[in-house]
Ligand binder design. Sequence first.
Ligand SMILES: Nc1ncnc2c1ncn2[C@@H]1O[C@H](COP(=O)(O)OP(=O)(O)OP(=O)(O)O)[C@@H](O)[C@H]1O
Length: 255
Amino acid sequence: MTTATDSAPVLTVEGIRKSFGNKEILGGVDLSIRRGEIKVLIGPSGAGKSTLLQSINFLVMPDAGRICLEGRPVDPSDRKGLCLYRQQVGMIFQEFNLFDHLTALGNVEIGLVRVKKMKRSQARERAMAELERVGLGVHAHKYPAELSGGQKQRVSIARALALDPKVMLLDEPTSALDPELIGEVHAVIRDLGAAGMTMIMATHQIGFARALADEIIFMENGVVIEQGPPDKILDDADCERTREFCTKITELGGR
Ligand SMILES: Nc1ncnc2c1ncn2[C@@H]1O[C@H](COP(=O)(O)OP(=O)(O)OP(=O)(O)O)[C@@H](O)[C@H]1O
């Protein structure tokens, strides 16, 4: 867990709404995060956690509301501005989205060359440093098919980190992993938090949420139901809905 070092929010989400067809998925979500803070989204399947994270990154276009980075509203119709915004707000997905024809190093390097316009030698050096940071220096020359799921997810984290994001969005980063591989990815995320990375993460891993979060946000049916520090939201009798959900999820998966 980290201490927020800056009182001004780095990212604010204001009144985000999204419907698919006539089904409302996000019913007006507000959220604000300060530098170094870690917010964890929990809630039942279908609550809208992924849709919210994708809306923050404009992979899903919100129907209403706005997102501000360091106080400046993001205009998703400005392609150049959006590209810059996406460098600053990195996203980690459930599936790792690596290029199969590139090595781990190549996967991290490509963003630096194409997006940051770095020279290849410089990009290679930086990419290697990021792979080492996630404990994968020795696997840098392996292709995704030669890596475990946990290692692939760590490559995708290194790829996002290489672009120097101000905020990282993590959408259930361990949900596609076998149980024995979850710990290594959690360790990397914990280290990132300890190093001061600002993060918003969706997860069903309640124990990890408790250990990592400065604040837990419980969502249901596209709205925020309860939010607060883990000890309040997970243990306080007032937060009945969250506790009910956590009991259910623990019964289901022992998490
Ligand atoms: N592109 C889409 N088109 C239509 N419906 C969608 C689309 N994306 C998501 N949905 C619907 O939106 C709802 C919320 O999905 P979302 O993935 O955001 O929930 P979630 O809280 O992340 O769930 P989970 O914990 O299972 O990942 C679901 O009912 C889903 O079927």
